[in-house]
Design a protein around this ligand. Structure first.
Ligand code: HEM
Length: 420
């Protein structure tokens, strides 16, 4: 364990590794935010009471009667949101600099686990205030788990400890949020750091044998210190200006309209509005997950590791794929909402065909046509093609999330953001 800490940094690093656009310091920022989460979480723990009768009042007490209580709660809330965003950006950075192959692939896989842990840490924390927002957001999200084939319903019942949210749900979420997930996260982050060292530091383009080596102290440590200060300043300013949400106490008989999942699940919730649940909650997420897991295993002979977007052509293709993904996703959403809904149009056909296989095939044909065109016209390499597929998935996911969060109003109808 001691060597793990001692070897967080080598004594010297390659001068070119210090350039800001290598990593943007995102991994270090994520680590700092985890530390902030742990610290503020421990403080909140002194006042929070984890049962449905008192949870909400304990938050009110913290807010109204404890010195800096609201501020600490805000920091905890915002550092959770920032952590998720920064870990996601770090994941994009690692992908687009091709830093996930060879010895780095283990870190890619553990990174994916870390990303999931961060999502679940946010998710389990969401319920704890036990207000209307928390109660109904967790209700719709856990309903999504119920759509998983075969074990979905049993899994949902096990997670929430019954048929509806209750005291056991709060206890389960509390245990995961304050013990299981933080412990796993800390262990994995330490291992993650150690693996970066084992791979010889961050990914750099080419073999910079002859480039200058500089001591970590002060060159790297000074930069990390500045980045940490800037991040903390932004976090504190956000926490001073915007309070963590708290609506009225949870009321299981009065549901919110619209009832929305937390923002990081808004993409899946949006997908559920267009695809049969078997596809939206199971097939599509599973395929995306498998794709992400398999990426480092795809044999590629043309990689330009360490170069952003592989090549100039890779960058251009990534841009055009992003535009294509935005257009197709938006068109699909509007088409399904306003023009044609296959489930209504084909009443005799089982929903998993009309609302599942049908739109999935249309999407696949469109994607195949786009990639075939690119492959033929631009003679893309395998690495560039994999990158384009990744861009498509990420852009579609971002568009679905933005529409779900900002453009769904009462009864989940499409509205302008100011009417949400
Ligand atoms: C709590 C979350 C995470 C923390 C604290 C963290 C931390 C770090 C740090 C400090 C580095 C060194 C370079 C840098 O700052 O970018 C790094 C590199 C790396 N991370 Fe993460 N990371 C996290 C999540 C992830 C995720 C979600 C992935 C991808 C699925 C990932 C994959 C990698 C890989 C492959 C490297 C090596 C990159 C290279 O050699 O250039 N990490 N991580």
């Amino acid at each position: 364990m001691r060597t793990i800490f001692l070897h967080l940094h080598p004594q010297k690093v390659n001068a070119s590794a210090l350039r800001i656009n290598r990593t943007f310091g995102l991994g270090g920022m994520a680590a700092l935010l985890i530390a902030v989460q742990l610290l503020t979480g421990i403080l909140l723990r002194f006042y929070y009471i984890q049962n449905p009768a008192s949870a909400y009042d304990s938050i009110l007490f913290l807010k109204n009667n404890v010195l800096f209580g609201q501020f600490v709660r805000n920091i905890h809330y915002w550092s959770g949101v920032f952590l998720l965003m920064i870990a996601f950006l770090h994941f994009l950075r690692v992908f687009f600099t091709g830093a996930f192959r060879g010895s780095r692939r283990v870190n890619w896989w553990f990174g994916l686990v870390l990303l999931l842990l961060i999502v679940f840490a946010n998710f389990t924390g969401y319920l704890l205030p036990w207000d209307q927002l928390a109660y109904w957001a967790i209700t719709v999200s856990t309903n999504i788990i119920g759509y998983l084939p075969l074990a979905g319903d049993a899994l949902r019942t096990a997670i929430i400890g019954g048929r509806e949210l209750n005291g056991s749900t709060l206890q389960n979420f509390f245990n995961f949020h304050t013990a299981v997930l933080p412990l796993l996260m800390v262990v994995l982050v330490i291992y993650h750091f150690w693996r970066v060292r084992k791979s010889g530091g961050i990914m750099l383009p080419g073999t910079p044998d002859n480039s200058e080596m500089v001591p970590v102290m002060p060159y790297l440590v000074f930069r990390e210190f500045i980045a940490a200060l800037v991040l903390l300043a932004v976090l504190f300013a956000t926490s001073a200006l915007f309070n963590a949400p708290l609506l009225e106490k949870a009321n299981p008989v009065y549901s919110m309209n619209p009832t929305k999942a937390p923002w990081y699940f808004a993409g899946v919730q949006e997908l559920l509005m267009h695809f049969h649940p078997f596809f939206a909650a199971f097939v599509i997420p599973l395929l995306v997950m498998l794709f992400l897991i398999c990426i480092p295993l795809i044999k590629i002979d043309d990689t330009q590791e360490g170069h952003w977007f592989i090549s100039e052509r890779g960058r251009q293709t990534a841009k055009s794929t992003a535009v294509f993904a935005i257009a197709v996703t938006l068109a699909g959403i509007f088409f399904n909402a306003w023009v044609m809904n296959f489930e209504i149009m084909l009443p005799g056909v089982p929903a998993w065909i009309s609302n599942g296989i049908f739109p999935a095939v249309i999407l696949l044909v469109l994607m195949a046509a786009f990639f075939y065109f690119h492959l033929n016209r631009k003679m893309l390499t395998k690495a560039e093609l994999v990158q384009a597929a990744f861009v498509f998935i990420m852009m579609a996911f971002i568009v679905l999330t933005v529409v779900g969060v900002f453009f769904r109003g009462k009864d989940m109808e499409l509205v302008w953001p100011w009417n949400v």
